[in-house]
Design a protein around this ligand. Structure first.
Ligand code: IMP
Length: 198
């Protein structure tokens, strides 16, 4: 039997590995633009996670003809009107490190008492019949300072406090974070749906 293939619109080897693990039980091999040797850098010109995620999944399906999925994620801070949102990876300007972007966010928020924030992730899937999206969210609070001790996570995790754990995401293992994360929730919704159409 030939192996079924799904294309994942991401340049991240780490994410590809994670997606392969989730999709192996369905008998799917995950390929990416990189593994296919295709140049792929669509401009993310939309202002929503759904819009940007679809730009990637639609473009990859058009290029390959393989059923394609993509994710788009970021952090939204209530007191900043939802910023940085879809601009999370670019917040504060080009060339900054993850830490510098997180410090920029702390700076923008200052001592504002409203620390409410959430991570969002939207997974979209496109083939010749379907164009669907799934969203996962996780609510938390922005701390007043940057954690330099917690060894885990990336991006904004050193400033993101998750009340249910009583810890920052930089203090919880990947395994623990994956039980509650926005990405995991969106992928779970996608996989449930995907299973139902097999
Ligand atoms: P992308 O969806 O891979 O383009 O990620 C968007 C950006 O959102 C990342 O570069 C991070 O800055 C931020 N982000 C998304 N998910 C997380 C997370 O789980 N922890 C920390 N930062 C995240």
């Amino acid at each position: 039997m030939t192996k079924k293939t799904l294309a994942f619109a991401s340049g991240s080897d780490h994410k590809k590995k994670e997606m392969q693990m989730l999709l192996s039980p369905f008998g799917y091999e995950v390929v990416t633009p990189k593994s296919l040797g295709i140049p792929f850098a669509p401009e993310e010109t939309e202002t929503t996670f759904v819009g940007n995620s679809f730009i990637k999944s639609k473009e990859l399906f058009q290029l390959t003809g393989i059923p394609s999925f993509a994710d788009d994620s970021g952090i939204s801070v209530d007191a900043l009107g939802g910023e940085p949102g879809v601009f999370s990876a670019r917040y504060g300007g080009p060339g900054l490190s993850d830490k510098e972007r997180a410090l920029h966010l702390l700076n923008q928020l200052g001592e504002n008492p409203n620390r409410q924030a959430h991570y969002s992730c939207v997974v979209t899937f496109v083939d010749s019949i379907h164009q669907v999206s799934f969203e996962g969210k996780v609510e938390g609070l922005i701390m007043l300072d940057y954690d330099t001790i917690g060894p885990y996570g990336f991006g904004y995790d050193p400033i993101f406090f998750y009340p249910e754990f009583g810890k920052r995401f930089s203090e919880v293992s990947e395994e623990e974070k994956n039980k509650v994360s926005h990405r995991k929730k969106a992928m779970e919704l996608f996989l449930n749906w995907f299973q139902s159409i097999q």
